[in-house]
Write a protein that binds this ligand. Sequence first.
Ligand code: MN
Length: 291
Amino acid sequence: MSRVERIETRRTKLTEGLVISRALPTRQQRMVGAWCFLDHIGPIRFEPGGRMQIGAHPHTCLQTFTWVIDGEILHRDSLGSEQVIRPLQVNLMTAGRGVAHTEESLSSGSTLHAAQLWIALPEAEKDCTPAFDHYPDLPGWEDGGCIFTLLAGSYGGRVAPTRLHSPLVGMDVSCSSRSDIELHLDPGFEYGMLILEGGVMIENEHFDREGFAYIAKGGTKATLELHAGSRILIIGGEPFDKPVLMWWNFVGFSHEEIAKAQHDWESGDPRFGFVKGSEGRRLEAPELSLS
Ligand code: MN
């Protein structure tokens, strides 16, 4: 039986009218494999006139990974990409040496339910060429009354097309009626499991919505009992070999890299490019303070 740890998620304000639940990083657990950031957004219905509107901001040394369950988000980036992401699709932006993007609702008063994650790039790939990928068709199947969608990596002989730079997995499991499943774990991976809807017993430990379970590497299986109407996001990966620094929207391996990225963003360096359609909505970095 795998040992399950309970990680406390925390609620934080993303933008006006949008409070999210953050599962990574936390004091207890900085990363799960290369997954270094995990926000659960919604489910929310914005007030009339309200919408998600995140102005142009930069990223380095990471991939942003968006999984939408309900609603629509328009992504624009400085590579010239413009892509609406809809339910059961993944958007993946590889920042590498630097990219900027915006994210917004298509209309006001709409609904949104999504998970937003970051994947840290390994040190050898930190300055790679930026890229944007949209995955509208991911491997999906039914088993034990549950619907499985493979978001990244491989599981049970299936392989997701998602562009990856380190061994990891991402999977969404949902059910309409009470279901029991046995998950096969890769003993070289650590895992995180976030309850997006409903409630789930993981190895006889109960987790409510927003509950985040951690399983250290070495496990080979985990038994899950999903209540009716539950949905769980499962992430895993080989423990990252080097701790990463995170500041604002930057990931890096040294203070110097982060300070340089911040300076380059503040000075309008062409490194991050320009997001067409983002005129006048450029986010400012907070004053740099890395301990
Ligand atoms: Mn972003």
